[in-house]
Each structure stands twice: as C-alpha cells, then as structure tokens.
Design a protein. Sequence first.
Length: 630
Amino acid sequence: MQHPHPHAHPHKHRRRRAVLSALGAAAALVAAGLTQLATPGTAEAATARQVEKLDRGVVSVHTDAGNLVSWRWLGTDPNDVSFNVYRAGTKVNSTPITGSTNYFHAGAPSQADYTVRAIVGGVEQADSVHAIQFRSGYKDVPISPPAGGTTPDGVAYTYEANDASVADLDGDGALDFVLKWQPTNAKDNSQSGYTGNTIVDGIKLDGTRLWRIDLGRNIRSGAHYTQFQAYDYDGDGKAEVAMKTADGTVDGTGAVIGSSSADYRNSSGYVLSGPEYLTMFNGQTGKAMGTVDYVPARGTVSSWGDSYGNRVDRFLAGTAYLDGARPSLIMARGYYTRTVIAAWDWRGGAFTRRWTFDTNSSTNSGKGYDGQGSHSLSVGDVDNDGKDEIVYGAMAVDDNGNGLWTTKTGHGDAQHLGDLDPSHAGLEYFKVSESSSQPAELYINPANGTVNWKLAACCDNGRGVAGDIWAGNDGAEVWSASDSSIRDEAGATKGREPSSVNFLSWWDGDTTRELLDGTHIDKYGTSSDTRLLTGASVHSNNSTKATPSLSGDIFGDWREEVIWPTTDNTALRIYSTPYETTTKITTLLHDTMYRTGLAWQNTAYNQPPHPSFFIGNGMATAPRPAVYTP
C-alpha cells in the first residue's frame, strides 16, 4: 500500500476550557514532571488517580513507503517532554520531536528495530522498550482454542475467541490480554438449551498463556452471563481479574471453587438454583484469591421479570473511581425490572462491599429507577465532584450508591457517555430506546438527567452512536438505526447517515473519529464513506453486533488499535494505524474515564470507550491528567 498522507488539521484551538478543574497541587506536580505524584492517603490523592505504570508502548507499523513509529506520551511525563527515535542505536530524526508522538521513517524495512528516548529538561533519557513490529500492518498474538465437547443432550461444540480486555497482569509495564472463549452453542438468555463452559485465558503479547480459567458447567455461556473486569484494584502494580463464578469453576492453578460435582442445569439448560459467587483472580497466576457470595442473590427467579430464567441472569460489570483516587469493582444484576448494583473494594487480599443500590429498597422503591437499565453501562464523573458515577441506561447512581436521577424512559441497547459538546462544560449522554412507546433517541445532561432533546417513539431502536465523525459540525454527531441522518448536539439534522451504526475508532491522522463495523474501518463522508482498513482473515464477534474482540488505545500514540480473532481462532490479530498525525495527546490509557471504558467494553452489548475530554475537529489542547502510578 502507499504511505498514507496525514489529513490537514489546523489547530484552531477555538474553544478552551478547564476540563479537569481544581487539580491544585496535583496538577502542579504533573507540570513539574514528577514521575509519581502522590501515594494514596496524601492530600494530592484527592485529585490524582491511580493508573498503570506503563512502558513507552513503541510500535513500528510497516507500509510500502517505510515505517510509522509511534509511542505513548505518559501521564507521568512532563508537559514539555520531547523525543528522539533510534534505529538499532542510530538516531533517525534530525531535531527532537515535540509536536506529536510519532515519526515516519521513510524507506526502512519491516524488520527495522526502533527505540525511543525521552528528552526531559534538555537531558536525553535511557532507551525505551523495543518497538513492537507490525510487519504486515498487523501483529499476531498466538492463542490456542480449548478442546470442544458435547452437551448432555448430545450436541457437539467447539470454541471461538470472543471478547478481550487488556491490563498489566504481571507488572512489567506491558499490557497483557484477557480473552474470553465462547462455545459455538453459547446462548442469549432468551434461548433455551445447554451450552459449553466459558473459558478465560490470560495471555502475554508473545502468546505465552499465563493461565486458563474454566468457569464450569454452572455458569451458562452467552453475552449476558460473564462480564469480566481486568484492573489493578489493590494498587500493587499488577492487575486482578474479577468474574462471577459458581460451583465447579476451576481457577488458573487447577483449584476448584465450591463443589466439583454439582450440576444445577435444568432440562432447558438454564442454571436457576445453586450458589453464585464473585471471585477475584490473581492476574499473573489465575489463582482464586478471594470468593464471596454474588450480590444480589437470584432469590425468586420470577421477581426479575419472568419465570423461565431470562431476566434473572442479565449481568453488567464495570470499574469506577468511586472515591476519586482508586478503582472499585462494579457488579450488577437486572435491568428490565429490578436492578441491583454492588460496589466492591479489593484491598489487602479481601473484598469489602462499599455500597449496594437496589431498586426494591425502601429508599428507591417507587421512584422510577426500576426497569431503566441498558445492555451496557457507562462510568464517568457526571456531576464534576471528582468521583465517578454509574450511568445505568435511563438512570444514574451517584458515587456513594444513592440514586442520582432517572428519566423513566426505559431500557435501551446502546448508550454513549462522553464530552460530546465542547461548548458545554462537562459530559453529555446519548442513548437509544428499545421500547416502541419510548423516545427513539435521547440526548441527556448526565449531571441531573435533564433530557435536552428526544425523538418521537417509533420502534425497537437497536443501535445508536455518538462521536465527532465529521469536521463540518462542531462537536459530536449522533445517529441511530431508526434515524436517516446524523444530528448535532441540539438534535438538528446535519446530513447523511453513515454506512454503519456500531463502533468508533480514532484511526487516521486527524482528530475526527472513524467508523468501525464488522471487520473494517471507514471514513465518513457527506456523500459516501471511504474504506480505510479491511481486516485480513479475521472475524467479528457477538453475531449481529459485529464487534471486535477489543478496540482502543492499546499501543503507540493516542490513536486506537483494533483486535479481531483470526478466522481459525489461532491468533488475536492487532491492527495499528499507518497514518501520521500532527496531534499530541497523552495516552488515553491514562485518562481514567477512557481506561475504565476499555475495562467495561466487554460488558453485554459492547460499546466503544470515550475519554473525559473532547477529541475532535477544532479541539482545544488536550488536558493533562492528574495521575500517580503504584
């Protein structure tokens, strides 16, 4: 392929606002370039958030014209850091790189070996890690499917690679993968039938498998049953992995949780009796470190909306900085009728429940919180108090577990929380409705639940997207499956609807976001979309949702990688952008709203992550995060 030229992108900086307010001493420390801002418990920790201590994440993406080398600007780097790029110890750039974190090395072969050296206060620092080589435009991580099996009624099944997440499982500064394997007979909750077991692997970039967890026969397999969270909850520099478990779950060391012989499946394949657990696994070994009863217990199956086992087993999960500094685990059940959300801390090798929100409690009953959940959730500081809230469909829960607001507009399939309108301080929220009696689209102020505008009810509106995909409109555009155009922050129609209503990716050189759908990435245009990438010999996941295993800023600069499994499920194929950019943004992994968005991306109906600040045409200079590393 020809070397792609960057899109012209004048930085007009028309709108500037303090996205992160009241950072105080923490922000001053960031500006001073200290590599660790604060330890938990100090005054600065009130605004500085715990993030991963990452390496430089250097990648080299080969094209016909040479190699695009890109790397992370870390949240712990100083504001005025610059960089030199070396090939096999020889500097290739003529002057220090200041305006971006990428460099195109023309004419170089695919196997060229690169490192990057930061320049701090005029002093060149040590070499970075060596670049990960994307020699064919992609990088393969070898994976090995579990052996298939046969259900009690004689149906054979095999395994397909499904959703993935990333976290530093072993503390070496490089991200590792957590991959969920689904059997080919996985089921939606509405479908009866036995399924094979759900299998979860921890995998390093070179394909080394750290562990394999078998959730066992008493966890049914499908999009709504297993939402896994990979995050460093205790701040020891190594991520943990949290999942719902049951009798017969086998951890990464071969140890069995509960009874190994128990079988609670009924003749329809549902699991409607027996104990349910929440387990925290060691990210490096897969060992079950702590197991507690899952909150809430299923209780009476019919109290969740039906008697056959569909709505009782709708689970969501996330990670949120509820105290403003350190991450907590969110585990939830139910959204069609009763909803219960439990917040957990993992500290000192033990679970502590921070709070439980229950729509059936005396505090919340009758206030319209029941039946409002989506097939996903969003996490962000919606009220600008420095602490995260949970936006749970058409309602939100405050950082302390109290109900914050409800629009009483019911369930929906897709939702997007982000800084969608840079002219308005704070976050905005866009969602679609499944009910034919509810507004097809809603644009909401998530600080208080005010509906800024809505479209008339029409149908089961199954998909909706929000992102700045077009430079011809200020801020993000929104659109949905039932609409025929894109709309602006005021709900006004702005032009042709894109070719897809699914995922998003910052892929090319400008700051507008691209369309990710199935196994390809497209650039929006007013008359038609332009294909930028087609994945080679890969498959999308989750049936009609057609999502990748994972998409997000995983390596290199702030642009997003996309990961699909190969067609034969023997590799995770990672694509990284070949386009140069003139924009410099701190790695999105150190924006905690984006980072928690990566963590919850695998939850039920996957949605793309959004940062806490606006990235798009005419954006202001991106803010620096106030963070510390363990």
